[in-house]
Write a protein that binds this ligand. Structure first.
Ligand code: MD3
Ligand code: FE
Length: 210
């Protein structure tokens, strides 16, 4: 313990390379950026390779965007909805992701993707592993905004059951190490209201795709 512990962010180790930074992010500024970014590349419900529409509405910013399509999952520099490149990643987003990664012990993180997820009440994200990135050794940095959600963190398989972690407005989690390849999902979002955005939750995931 030193005299400066009060100005260091709280870092809660969740085990296996996962960390929680409660309230680390300035969600007011993030909401303003999401509004601006999604005026250019709007939220849309992507179709899975199995032919189902995803409940989560998505967009991206950065050099690459994550896309689900009937032909499969991929990262692409072009937004298939607009035919244009994804909007550039705001410098404030890059700084936030780098600082969060550093606080969790992952220095040198340079994200080239920011996937922007939008959840309404009842929206869920089924357990999955994020494995479409060429470079899988970098962590993923996740930022939650708006109404809370229950995040489920399984292990390398779904059979061992999950830890339930409530993610609140401004919370950041960093998934590195072994946890980077763990199954995870979001439980159906419970009814709640955020004074700025209403009954919505946004999540940013900063990734290194290539
Ligand atoms: C654990 N998003 O976009 S973020 C996703 O809240 C995704 O929108 C959720 O899962 C959301 O792929 C959860 C937290 C997260 C992100 C990546 C992970 C947890 C992770 C990668 C490995 C393990
Ligand atoms: Fe994921």
């Amino acid at each position: 313990m030193d005299l400066f512990s009060n100005i260091r962010p709280a870092v809660e180790a969740l085990g296996d390379g996962a960390f929680l930074l409660p309230g680390f992010a300035d969600s007011d500024a993030i909401i303003a950026e999401i509004t601006r970014l999604t005026a250019r590349s709007p939220f849309r419900h992507m179709t899975t390779p199995g032919g189902r529409k995803m409940q989560v509405a998505m967009s991206n910013c950065g050099r690459y965007g994550w896309i689900s399509a009937p032909t499969g999952y991929r990262y692409d520099t072009t937004d298939p909805l607009t035919g244009a490149p994804w909007p550039a990643m705001p410098t404030a987003f890059v700084t936030l992701a780098k600082q969060a990664a550093s606080a969790a012990g992952y220095s040198g993180f340079e994200p080239d993707v920011c996937l922007i997820n939008r959840y309404g009440v009842g929206t869920r994200l089924s357990p999955h592993i994020d494995q479409d990135e060429t470079e899988k050794s970098w962590p993923i940095v996740s930022v939650s905004v708006g109404i809370p959600a229950t995040f489920q963190l399984f292990g390398p398989t779904r059979s061992g059951g999950a830890r339930n972690i409530t993610l609140h407005d401004g919370d950041v989690i960093i998934l590195g190490g072994k946890a980077r390849m763990y199954y995870h999902g979001i439980r159906p979002v419970a009814a709640a209201t955020d004074p700025r955005i209403g009954a919505l939750r946004y999540n940013l995931t900063f990734r290194r795709a290539r």
